[in-house]
Ligand binder design. Sequence first.
Ligand SMILES: [Zn+2]
Ligand SMILES: [Zn+2]
Length: 285
Amino acid sequence: MRKTGVFYHDQVGQKAYKTLAMSVEEGFDALQKEGLLNLPNVTLFESKPVSEDLILTVHPQSVIDMVKSSGYFECSLYSIGSVLQATEQILKGNIDNALAIAGVGGHHASRTSFWGGCFFNIAAIAIQYARSNLGARKFAIVDTDTHHGDGTRQIFQDDEDVLHICFCWSNSDKGSKVCLPHCDSDSAFLQLIQNEVPYRLADFKPEMIYWVCGLDTHKDSYGTRRLTEDCYHKQAKILLEAADKVCQGRLLVKIGCNAPAHVSEYVLPRLVDVLAGLNKYPENK
Ligand SMILES: [Zn+2]
Ligand SMILES: [Zn+2]
């Protein structure tokens, strides 16, 4: 049986970015209501806030000062904490995979600027930490949010040890830095992921995979895509199967619940269902 960690703190839900991280608390509450946090192979970890020193490994003090005046500093510290602790638990072998719940985005944050509900580049801070403290070097980031991960791309532009596969509006393939256009139906998008992602992961051989699971591709969210709530656990299955083949199933799902509540309430339990190998939901089979 797979061991799954869910990483969350009340501060992440309560202080989540108001317009974009739209239903963090509701998504987490659904995990509790559906009984997915009281299982022998699913552990709930209370996220801890990270220190400013850790943020300084990626961003200058001026960015920290700007975020402090934004009102989202505390939520950012706890959100980075979710992903950082999940990274640590996976790489130490205590769990196989994780759902890390964040109240802010990260992929629009470059080293010196940020926008679009992102403040610090969460994946970059976690990768920096993992490289310095956990003995891992090569990572893949699969970003299925509807928007281009411009901050992440900028930070890792010249880093050949990070594979960045970004689903957005453009189409470009520069080896370890790939952009692919989204599709507007579940079946076409799942086929695209199946065709484009597993073989790239197999060639690259990351030690761990980050999946930036944006829900703004849902038809009821603001991202102008047409995916339904049944698309996300199917994406999870493809990525988990690929992770099994290349990195012992080490998959970290980072989610900011950027969709209306009914979407997060449906999607999060089914993601944990796939991650933990429970097969509790008939539509997951
Ligand atoms: Zn987005
Ligand atoms: Zn892109």
